[in-house]
Design a protein around this ligand. Structure first.
Ligand code: PLP
Length: 380
């Protein structure tokens, strides 16, 4: 018997199919050095955010296993109840040290961090100014807050200045990605910090793609006074979790007010231990941290593209079908590169998104660039 609910789902899926926008998840076995196995095929992955390959690092795995054996698999409760195992304080200390802030708060994920932080700080009568290309979970947090949500054109500081003056607000957050996740470019953080302090607004940077890979691992905001530095432990740090680095008072307020911190179970001890081990590697190995960007530059140089500003390099192809065909052509040549389609990116800007890691080999990057030049750029 088909219910109205099933009919609804089937119709929605058919319209996604018709627009080449239906997503499918494929089982993938990830191995060290950016190798991935899919349907029995060995692929070199340029689609993982594991920029330092730390998810596969022996010391990180060993730390995770040891903590699991000592403390168990799960946290057992939210952190405010009994889930605050001792490793949490160490992790928050390491994050604050890396970011040179007074304190840090760890969340279950980056998404949970953004949907918790923004509503804890602003509400009705306030405003959130957001770069139009900022990550979906910043928008989600801003909408949840009940504050006015005011997008500004990508990296357009002049337009933002105009908006700040044109709208009345009591408190305001200016929110931006440090590195834009689908474009790989960086926000003008110093200029944004100046504007924020001139207007008395609070700058929040999402450094999901900056920590571990820019400024010797310290991230995009390093060297600039940014009061709200959010990020994830799920990309270059190799594990899972999110964080906010901020002043002691702000972090304490967040522990008291952020609903996605309070009403959810703490991270498993093994996940926290892995992040500590990864941050130790990041803090002590600047050459490791520099490698993903170096590899991305190698690729953009080889193709005559604008020099990469981060480990992420987009190749915008336009139509979703074109991006899917390019993805298939790369897979046939042994490269795993994911096509990114709307609604993740704006309509008409479907693209290939290349993510470079420390573990890639230069010869493979050159083979990749050759394939892109001869089979994709010419066809497009
Ligand atoms: C991936 C990402 C997030 C979400 O982080 P998770 O830990 O995966 O939930 C947030 N912001 C940006 C910019 C991201 O790229």
């Amino acid at each position: 018997m088909t219910t109205t609910l099933d009919q609804f789902a089937t119709t929605k899926l058919a319209s996604l199919d018709a627009a080449s926008l239906r997503r499918r998840i494929n089982p993938i076995t990830r191995c060290p050095n950016a190798i991935a196995l899919r349907d029995g095929q060995r692929l070199i992955s340029f689609s993982c955010n594991d920029y330092l390959n730390l998810s596969q690092h022996p010391a990180v795995i060993a730390a995770s296993v040891a903590a699991t054996q000592r403390y168990g698999v799960g946290a057992g409760a939210s952190r405010l109840v009994t889930g605050d195992h001792p490793l949490y304080r160490t992790l928050e200390r390491r994050l604050a040290d890396l970011k040179t802030t007074a304190d840090a708060v760890v969340f279950g994920s980056g998404y949970l961090a953004n949907i918790g932080i923004i509503p804890a700080l602003v509400g009705a009568g306030d405003a959130v100014f957001i770069d139009e290309l900022a990550h979906a979970c910043i928008w989600a947090g801003a909408k949840l807050s009940g504050a006015a949500v005011l997008p500004f054109p990508h990296n357009d500081v002049a337009h933002l200045t105009h908006l700040l003056a044109a709208h009345p607000w009591r408190h305001a957050i200016i929110a931006t990605d440090g590195v834009f996740s689908m474009d790989g470019d960086r926000a003008p953080i110093a200029a944004l910090a100046t504007i924020a302090s001139t207007h008395g607004a609070w700058l929040m940077t999402d450094d999901a793609h900056g920590i571990g890979v820019l400024n010797a691992g310290r991230g995009t905001a390093h060297g600039t006074a940014v009061p709200l530095q959010m990020g994830t432990l799920s990309k270059a740090v190799g594990g899972y979790g999110g964080y906010l680095c901020a002043s002691a008072a702000v972090c304490d307020l967040i522990r008291n007010r952020a609903r996605s911190f309070i009403y959810t179970t703490g991270l498993p001890p093994g996940v926290v231990a892995a992040a500590i081990a990864s941050l130790d590697l990041i803090a002590t190995d600047p050459d490791l941290c520099a490698r993903p960007l170096r590899h991305a530059r190698h690729f953009t140089d080889a193709l005559g593209l604008p020099a990469a500003q981060s480990p992420i390099v987009p190749l915008i192809l336009g139509a979703a079908e074109t991006a899917l065909a390019a993805q298939a052509s790369l897979a046939a040549a042994g490269f795993l590169v994911t096509a990114i389609r709307p609604p993740t990116v704006p309509d008409g800007t479907a693209r290939l998104r290349f993510a470079f890691t420390a573990g890639h080999h230069e010869a493979d990057i050159e083979r990749l660039a050759n394939h892109v030049r001869t089979s994709i750029m010419i066809a497009a």
